[in-house]
Each structure stands twice: as C-alpha cells, then as structure tokens.
Design a binder for this molecule. Sequence first.
Ligand code: PA5
Length: 467
Amino acid sequence: MIKLDYTNVSVQAIGDNGLDLNQCFNEYAPKIQEIITNLNMNKDKPGSWLQWMNLGYNEETVWYVKEFAAIVDGRFDNVLVLGIGGSALGAQALSEALLKPYWNLLDKEKRDNFPRIFFLDNIDPDQITALLDILDLKKTLVNVITKSGSTAETMSQFMIIKDRLYELLGDDYRKNIVATTDKQSGILRQLANEEGYKTFVVPDDVGGRFSVFSAVGLVPLALVGLDIDEIIRGIKIMDLTLKNTDIYKNIAAQNALIHYLMDKQKGKYISVMMPYSSRLKYISDWYVQLWAESLGKEFDKAGNKVNNGPTPIKALGATDQHSQIQLYNEGKNDKVITFIRVDEFDNELNIPNIFEYTGLNYLGGKSINRLINAEADSTAVALCDYNRPNLTIHLPKISEYYLAQLLYMFEIETAIIGELYNIDAFNQPGVEQAKNYTYALMGRMGYEESAKELNEKINKNKEIMGV
Ligand code: PA5
C-alpha cells in the first residue's frame, strides 16, 4: 500500500508552525467518523455526486472496455483523446506515468504494438494544426470525451477532426471514432446516436474531475495496453482501507485534516504537490484540478460567503529545487508541501566513476536512483529547518495498482476536506459561468441575453480605462 508520512507537519518537527497531531486527531475523530460514515451511506443517493466511489466495483464497464480494446487491437497506430479538464487530465496523468517515457517516440515493437497516444486538451490553432500535420488520421482512433456533450473546446476540435476524417474515409469515418459522454443527454450523445459511433458512458453522479476510473479514463488507458484490472484492484483495496472511520487508520482523513487545520489554524492555505519523478509530473496537474475545482467555492453549504480556497500548486522534484524551493524555504510560510517519493524505480541507473575531482567523485559509483531520493529526503529536512510543513507519500513503485491507490486516496481526501470546510466539493459554478460567457461571445442560440450583458460589461470597463 502507499503510505503517508506526516512527521514533518508535527510540532515536534517544525515547532509552532506544526500541529499537535495526537490532539488534533483525537479532537476531530468524531467529526471524521461522521464524515466517512455519511460519504459511504450517501454514495448511492441520486444527486449526491458520489457515484465515483463505486467505480472500483463497476465490472460491467471494465468488461466492455476490455472487449473494445481487444476488438480494435492492431487496427490503429494512434489514439487521439479530445477532452478538457476532468475529461482529459486523469487519463493523461496515468498514461504519462505508466507508459514507458517517450512512448510516442518509440517504434511499434518497443510499444508492444500498442498505439501512440495524444491528448488535445486545448484549442490552440497552432498546436492542433501541427498535430494534424503529423497524425495519419486514417490510422487514428479518436476518443472524444465530454460529459456535457457540448463543451466548446472539445466539440470544436471534434468538428475539425470529424470533417477531416470524413474527407479521408467517407462513410467509414465513424469506425475511427469512439465517444464517451452522458448516457442520454447532450449533443454528443445525440450525434453519436444519429451517426452511429461506438460509445461509452460517463456515469450519472460522477463529475469530470472524479471520472478517471470510469470509461473516461479506462478507455484510453486500455487502448494503449495498460492493465485496467490492476487499476481496479488498486481502487478496491484503497476503498476498503478508506472505509475505516478511525482517523488513525485512514490516510485520506489524516491528509484532509492536516491540510484543513494548516489552512484554518496556521494560515498555510497553499498545497504544493511535488512528485520526485518526471513520470508523475501530470499527476500534479490532475491533483491541481481536483483540488481547485472542488474546494475553491464562493459559498459554504449554509449559504455564507466564504470564498473558500486552499490553492494547489504543481511542482516537480528535483527540477523545481532549482526554481521554487527557494521560495518555499524562505518566502511566506503559507504552504504545505507534499512530496511523492518512488521507493523503487523501474530502472536502476549507475553513475560511472569517471572523474577524480573531489566535487564529482562522490557521485561516481552511486546510482541516480539514490541521488533523486536523497534530494527528496534532504529537501524535506531543509524545509523543516525553516519550520515549513511537509508531507511525504511513499509510492512503492510506479504501477497501475499503486497509482490507482494514490488517485483514489486523493479523491476521498478531497471529499473529506470539502466536508470539513462545509462546502459543496462536487459542483463548479465558476467554471460554468465562463463556459456560458464563451457560448454568448461565440453567438450560441439561447445565450443572447448573456451576450448583451457581457458586451455591456466589456464596454463599461473600456470606458473606465479610456480605451
Ligand atoms: O471536473 C469537471 O467537472 C470539469 O473540469 C469538466 O470535466 C470540464 O469542464 C469538461 O466538461 P465536459 O466533460 O462536460 O466536456
């Protein structure tokens, strides 16, 4: 199992900036017990947006995903995922972590005949043009993913690509498309029905950022040969562990409470996620979205204006030791830094003993594995010297099983801290607002009032600024 080491957030490690953990755990034990009990009790209640807690038990979806991957096996050189936010980040984070690094540059044999994988999660015309220049669309399976079925970024990409596919393949173009969307509502569902695309469902009551273990994440991951049974095994074991209502035995509850109290009692409201592994770089992106969209809320559940928001930041070890760590050691003491440390890398790489210089010969004969973990450990200790709270998550290996545990732990942690803050962690009114304004600016029917309102606001601001 993955492990959480919270020594360095304690008063013993960092003095007054730390927490008396025993006292905190004891004081909050009943509250945590209530939260975990309620989450598990309410997970099947329609409208509670907790269906993601059941994704480890969705054998039918896993079966269909594997069946589809087997059917298309060998037919495509590329998988192209179109999606944004929660519809892309999970699969992107896991494929980056789990596939061999530089996967798309490897030849087919080294990829065990599985396709390359590309994610288009932006609408940058230069990026899209460049990608279409290098992809042979005839040999590309396009997985368009949008729960709402109407997100402008995703659907505009899809319209461009569908058009090109049709030009190339005529009516057969649909064989190169698989759509993942709501089971009945939304434009993509309507299109898929009319045009006959293969589809998968984003289950009800699963929000985008909690959807990585639904077909949203599993389809692309299975298509590139990742072991989704191992992913399911990882979620299940973590789910069982995190059902434990005893805070002393529940790492998601511990992590949630520590971050909550660091924010509320110690003014440390910034959460830095810093894995020491390049393969885990996108795990931080996924975490940032999960944390930001779930916890950044204007109102609490009682309707009080709270402007809640522990701010998530992504960092990468050891790279950002030479960028951000100066700030984390000596700047404002307002952060909790989480390191993810990989205990055993896939490769052991030795540094040859080739130079006599005293400034270099200490490296020779040691492994680079030892160096990266020594840097993780020493950064943690240095932060303690400056009385800066930090946590370390130990990942035994980078594998489907352990990464599923990690991501599921973060999801449960997010749900628990949302309850501690007493906010709704599962809506995203701030995202919807910007989406609606985009529709208005682009002239979507039904958004005429918003367009008028928006233009008035823009003109008023211009007038004030005298432009
Ligand atoms: O987490 C979320 O709910 C969002 O980030 C959505 O995933 C994102 O806005 C994309 O929405 P959709 O899947 O409807 O295209």
